[in-house]
Design a protein around this ligand. Sequence first.
Ligand code: NOJ
Ligand code: NOJ
Length: 552
Amino acid sequence: MSASESPIAKAGVLANIGPNGAKSQGAKPGVVIASPSTSDPDYLFTWTRDSSLVFKALIDQFTSGEDTSLRVHIDNFVISEATLQQVSNPSGTVSSGGLGEPKFNIDETAFTGAWGRPQRDGPALRSTAIISYANWLRANGNSSFVANTLWPIIKLDLDYVASNWNQSTFDLWEEISSASFFTTAVQHRALREGAALTTAIGQTSVASNYDTQADNLLCFLQSYWNPTGAYVTANTGGGRSGKDANTVLTSIHTFDPSAGCDVVTFQPCSDKALSNLKVYVDGFRSIYTINSGIAANAAAATGRYPEDSYMGGNPWYLATFAVAEQLYDALIVWDAQGSLNVTSTSLAFFQQFSPSVAVGTYDSSSATFTTLTSAVKRFADGFIAVNANFTPSDGALAEQYSRNTGAPVSAVDLTWSYASALTAFDARAGKASPGWGAAGLIVPASCSSNSGGGGGDTVPVTFNVQATTVFGENIYLTGSVDALQNWSPDTALLLSAANYPTWSTTVNLPASTSVQYKFIRKFNGQVTWESDPNRQINTPASGSFTENDTWR
Ligand code: NOJ
Ligand code: NOJ
């Protein structure tokens, strides 16, 4: 697939970047549209996460010399992100939380509709992208531009991460407000490489704060590991299994080839990351019709998380590519270090390819090394082949493909899907991004607390909704946090009709948190949801809160 899809994916990315991209009319220079789709879903917005991951891939292509024509786009991207940082939005201003805003209009104005906000991975991913450009510029004689122009932009994001990492965040899928592995991991990475750049610029006291907070993040990062299930639980909230592409994306986006198979940063070939990968992939084998008949140790289509119901809950191209990429990254390191280690934690992963393999270290001259690495390569290629099988003949990559038929579903020409193909193909070709300082990190003996991780303060919130109902029909409430049953219609909270037609309930919600919710009706077992968009409130830090709504 890589030979034919690679140029299509590259063109697909470039078509979605303003001002001249073929599919991004109206986008300001350097603005990445998520997708040209304007309805069902409307993705004609720019997300900080998508844009930063896309530009990180382009910056890597530029700095490695693979494509030197990208510089004008990169410079536009930096200017446009610097502009967006200053746009006041529903999350706040540049100095009061606005950097956590997940998405903007493509003309660089604020998006003011209800949304899962804040999403605190954005500033981290954006600074990682710009730092990688800055590091290249410094190595190529342009330190003054870095110090004068880039560093102030990077510093805004890093200061935000350093002071807010322990606050709750919506996860990368914009659904759960809690603490999230991907967010914690990319924040850790950003502060680590940010500290190194900041030291190089001579701001040692700022750098030392970044390192201190990075230590706290690294400590907290360890807490997501579930030793019983042998996988990483993606979110501290949400009430799901926790098996999630979140964790695989973390492994590839915090890959540092100089860190070997270090487990504290969940490097792609670390035993925990490999065990996690197996558990994650296995989570999709029996739930998607298109995976039926596939052997239990062969590649299969994977999605965001098994419980997903968005657009029907389907495989995602970028999730399946991420599995392949993690495996290619692992192969890069095993080849470079000339050996491979099987531990009790990664044993089940390796037994997929060799049922009799034992715990041990296998030198590259051994038959076991050859057997296992060849099988892992075939396994990885299998995930690319699965995506290829469900890619239309013109090579277009949407967001998802149907779990039943394999036909493309949801947003067309998703920029992130194309970028995920490019990075997987590069990894397959043995190309790794530059490292970020993950080598030799040690987890501090004690951790500072994370209030987003649960156990924080709550405030009583009263929901009143005016709704006329027929006899036997009831009104319920569900929403984005545990206390609102994480969007489950089955376990939604029943409201009291004591003051009919006002239905009402009071529930304790996390303080200082943006919470999304909807009312639903149930009648004779039939569930009816309110119309979109989701409703949203920001809970106060203390005291209580009353929300008055009318059924919609
Ligand atoms: C839109 C978000 O982008 C998507 O990630 C989410 O699953 C749906 N809303 C449902 O909340
Ligand atoms: C929905 C995805 O869940 C989210 O991660 C992404 O940022 C947006 N779509 C835009 O692509």
